[in-house]
Design a protein around this ligand. Structure first.
Ligand SMILES: [Zn+2]
Ligand SMILES: [Zn+2]
Ligand SMILES: [Zn+2]
Length: 137
């Protein structure tokens, strides 16, 4: 996949920093916490990293999920989401052993019937358990 095309299509300038962030986020269907990304990009300025993630989130390249500890994590959108409105409808999985967070992009959010008068804007399903590598260990 050519990420520079995706970045450009979203109206952002392609920079080496943006490209390296999107490449890491594309690995292993995982959602990364800011602190994890800071460790990976230890030479990158923290503010730069923060801006890149927020720009990506804003244009619909990256979505945010809050994990079991209340920490916001960032994951690549599988299909391009429209600006400012994410259409990702997959379930997230937080492993309680290795603490990794996965995008289960083949598992869709369940249909929930709300009482009359309630309008859902966003549904975020987070499953806690053992991931496939921890479960096999
Ligand atoms: Zn999205
Ligand atoms: Zn695990
Ligand atoms: Zn996700």
């Amino acid at each position: 996949m050519d990420f520079s095309v995706q970045i450009r299509e979203k109206g952002l300038k392609v920079t080496p920093a943006r490209l390296s962030v999107i490449e890491v986020l594309s690995e292993g269907n995982q959602a990364f916490a800011h602190a994890e990304l800071e460790k990976i990009f230890d030479t990158m300025d923290r503010v730069t990293l923060y801006r890149i993630l927020n720009d990506f989130e804003y244009v619909g390249l990256v979505h945010k999920i809050v994990d079991a500890e209340g920490i916001t994590r960032f994951a690549l959108c599988k299909k391009s989401c429209p600006d400012k409105h994410h259409t990702d409808d997959h379930v997230h999985f937080n492993c309680q052993i290795c603490h990794k967070m996965f995008c289960l992009d083949k598992v869709h959010e369940p249909q929930i019937n709300l009482p009359n008068g309630f309008k859902a804007e966003r549904l975020q399903t987070l499953i806690y358990g053992l991931c496939n590598s921890c479960n096999a260990a």
